[in-house]
Design a protein around this ligand. Structure first.
Ligand SMILES: *Cc1c(COP(=O)(O)O)cnc(C)c1O
Length: 374
């Protein structure tokens, strides 16, 4: 098999290195490398303005933001969550000694199904940890109603979103807290990075103590906090990425539009519909669902055949979190509890999408998917 020209599911987007150099010179000269430095402060401010949210707390990555969000709200006992996500979602519960209780997903956007939540709530349940999968919002209204009825906190793992809006409002304004990831593979990256979005000053303060060992002042440690601070280089890169974000998204949109147009006629390849009321969508992934009978091939065969041609799609999310060794012993992990997630995880493949994916390469991917069909 020719090895040339491998195409991966994503490729990080970076500004011109020349743009970063003045920032680096300034950081080197200042000797201020971390601990709420100048660029950290500026990036938090600019980001809150850009995203139209009240408070941003920057983190060294999204996973530690998740772990800290749970500590911020003093979550205990059991937490309702989804098996259809990146493993960090549930791992953040284990790191807090919490018990994940998996609830099935709905079949359209693959988000946690609020109609199945109530049956999973017990006396020990204190929170819902939901994920806006592929950047499409969960049923935030219904989730809040359930949370209000049962007195639960709501945390959104919004790692797949960024500036996405629902009916004109940032998706990040829903729930008690939302977390973002700025990992290299996400549409907005600071190499590694993340944030917690909060809605009041007291909570923002608590988050900022917890990410800095628990220091409230020089002599007061309010809790056993962790060190998950973003450094000045990450923050400077974030400021630059913000300037280019809209160009990046316009390119992602063009790629998504072409996939939709060309794959629409391929029998057995289903696409997730565009979500009503969503604007500023960030096109983080391009998932398709393979219908084995209609397409004439399983998802895994399509995945292998593409790989043999140098195209590396990713099966996000396969396996389900509930199938990993840490989780598979839980009652809520049983396949009969998660019928929709069990179906989707066998059918989904994410196709390459990133701003620098060139047109010839994308056409090649599309043509192969057409050729491989029945
Ligand atoms: C990427 C991702 C995370 C983890 O973020 P990191 O910044 O890589 O730690 C958490 N949850 C979801 C759904 C993700 O996609």
């Amino acid at each position: 098999m020719p090895k040339k020209n491998k195409i991966f599911v994503t490729q990080p987007t970076l500004p011109d290195l020349k743009e970063l150099i003045p920032y680096l010179e300034d950081i080197w000269q200042s000797k201020r490398l971390t601990n709420n430095g100048k660029y950290h402060q500026l990036f938090e401010k600019k980001l809150a303005e850009y995203l139209n949210v009240k408070y941003v707390s920057l983190f060294t990555n999204g996973t530690l933001a998740l772990v800290t969000a749970l500590q911020t709200l003093r979550i205990t006992g059991e937490v309702i969550t989804t098996p259809f996500s990146f493993v960090a979602t549930a791992n953040s519960l284990i790191w807090n000694n919490l018990k994940p209780v998996f609830v099935d997903i709905e079949p359209v956007y693959c988000n946690i199904d609020p109609e199945k939540m109530e049956a999973a709530i017990t006396q020990q349940t204190t929170a819902i940890l939901a994920v806006h999968v592929y950047g499409n919002p969960c049923n935030v209204k219904r989730i809040q109603e359930i949370a209000d009825t049962y007195g639960l906190k709501v945390i959104y793992d919004a790692a797949h979103t960024f500036n996405n809006k629902l009916n004109g409002t940032s998706i990040l304004n829903y729930g008690d807290l939302s977390i973002l990831s700025f990992h290299a593979t996400k549409p907005f990256n600071t190499m590694e990075g993340g944030a917690i979005i909060s809605h009041d000053e007291k909570t923002k303060k608590r988050i900022d103590y917890l990410k800095n060992f628990g220091f409230a002042d020089e002599v007061t440690v309010m809790a056993p906090g962790i060190n998950s601070k973003m450094n000045e280089m990450q923050a400077a890169l974030g400021l630059l990425q913000l300037k280019h974000y809209e160009e990046y998204i316009a390119k992602r949109k063009a790629i998504s539009d072409l996939y939709r147009k060309e794959l629409n006629s391929v029998k057995g390849i289903e696409m997730i519909p565009e979500h009503e009321g969503v604007s500023n969508y960030n096109y983080p992934y391009f998932p398709v669902l393979v219908d084995e009978k209609m397409y004439g091939k399983t998802r895994d065969k399509l995945y292998e055949d593409l790989k043999n041609k140098g195209i590396y799609g990713r099966r996000y999310f396969y396996p389900l979190i509930s199938q990993f060794s840490t989780y598979r012993g839980l009652n809520s992990s049983k396949a009969e509890n998660l019928p929709t997630a069990e179906q989707i995880t066998k059918r989904v493949i994410c196709l390459p999408i990133y701003p620098d994916l060139d047109n010839n390469n994308q056409s090649q991917i599309i043509n192969l998917i057409k050729q491989f069909a029945l």
